[in-house]
Design a protein around this ligand. Structure first.
Ligand SMILES: Nc1ncnc2c1ncn2[C@@H]1O[C@H](COP(=O)(O)OP(=O)(O)O)[C@@H](O)[C@H]1O
Ligand SMILES: [Mg+2]
Length: 359
């Protein structure tokens, strides 16, 4: 990575997740937290993942970085990482030593509430130089301090604040320190899982904006997880919407905003169109996500879905893809043009195309 050459987002895969399934617990009481997730992160891009609490976002982040702890168990799937110059590696079968190196050098993860994990009795500068001391033993003390200053500047922290203790800094400042630590070793991928609390929308937006700028400058890729879909709309390249352990919609951010296809995405965006008549505005979603120990048959969303038909309670819709859009719904197609779908064979609706609305 070089600071001088901005890297244009490309469509080269850097991380490919296939058919990932994770349970918590075993047997009849197993909770199916991920039920077959396919998702690709592209080099230099910012991929947003959204969905209500409990949809499996954190489980996804932990599993793809091999940080899943018992009772979490990987049931199936693969995670393929493409280094810049070497052949791809399978993260899920990587040996411990290689994994530790990978996790710091190639990927860094900032988990929920991470800013509370800053060491309260160590100055900011030494938290940064400690990372370097462990992973860059060849650097001398002066070089480490220089790099700490550089990192502080990168995230907009004045050098004078480096001697502060975490409690002397605002929440926003502590977040920036976390970002600086995540970038200390020039990772290729940065994964951020709800890097602030639910109420801190302003700080979360600030972090996302900064991440978006930095990845454009430094060329790394980002997975940014938040339950707040609206936050992702302007800053993500691509957005995956998760529901009950599955991806129900995937689209470039702009397309998702202009024409959400899945009724759940529409619910998250705060409105959905009716099948007939003018667009109805609804605030938020009705009901709550299903119990993942007893997932209902059919589409996991059907009990809350405003356009559900009989078929939805029986048949789980596949995630269908057209170009860069995917959607898992019997009545919504990922294709272009008017959002028209073939009525499912036994849906009770007339067969043929039903025009829902213009995309
Ligand atoms: N350690 C755990 N043990 C048992 N169940 C868990 C554990 N962690 C998460 N879960 C369950 O897995 C599901 C997905 O959770 P999570 O991945 O945290 O979703 P999100 O990050 O979208 O809120 C939820 O039903 C949650 O209760
Ligand atoms: Mg979470």
């Amino acid at each position: 990575m070089s600071e001088q050459t901005p890297v244009a987002p490309s469509r080269e895969a850097i991380l490919e997740v296939r058919d990932l399934a994770v349970d918590y617990g075993q047997g009849r009481s197993a909770l199916h937290a991920l039920a077959g997730v396919d998702l690709t992160l592209h080099r230099g891009e910012l991929l947003g993942i959204s969905g209500e609490s409990g949809s499996g976002k954190s489980t996804f982040a932990a599993t793809i970085t091999r940080l899943l702890r018992p009772p979490g168990r990987i049931i199936s799937g693969s995670v393929r990482y493409h280094p810049r110059h070497d052949p791809p590696v399978d993260v899920l079968t990587m040996a411990e030593a290689a994994l530790r190196r990978w996790r710091w050098e190639e990927v860094s993860v900032v988990f929920q509430a991470a800013m509370n994990s800053l060491n309260p009795v160590a100055r900011v500068s030494s938290q940064l130089t400690d990372v370097l001391e462990v992973h860059r033993p060849e650097m001398d003390k002066r070089a480490r301090l220089d790099r700490a200053r550089e990192l502080a500047e990168l995230v907009g922290i004045h050098e004078s604040r480096l001697s502060a203790y975490p409690h002397q800094l605002s929440g926003g400042m502590r977040q920036r320190i976390m970002i600086a630590m995540a970038l200390a070793l020039d990772p290729e991928i940065v994964i951020m899982d709800e890097p602030t609390t639910a109420l801190d929308v302003v700080v979360q937006r600030e972090i996302l904006t900064r991440m978006s700028e930095l990845r454009a400058r430094l060329g790394f890729s980002v997975i940014f997880i938040t339950h707040d879909l609206s936050l992702l709309l302007e800053l993500a390249d691509e957005i995956a919407v998760m529901y009950a352990g599955k991806i129900v919609e995937l689209a470039p951010a702009e397309d998702l905003y202009r024409s959400p296809r899945h009724p759940y995405t529409e619910g998250l965006l705060g409105s959905f169109p009716s099948l007939v008549g003018p667009r109805r505005e609804l605030v938020g979603l009705v009901g709550s996500p299903p119990d993942l120990r007893r997932v209902p048959p059919g589409c996991t969303y059907h009990e809350r879905c405003p356009i559900a038909q009989d078929v939805c309670a029986r048949v789980d819709p596949e995630l269908k893809t057209h170009d860069r859009r995917s959607v898992a719904c019997h009545f919504r197609s990922p294709g272009p043009g008017p959002v028209a779908v073939a009525a499912a064979p036994d849906s009770g609706l007339p067969s043929g195309l039903i025009e829902v609305r213009d995309a």
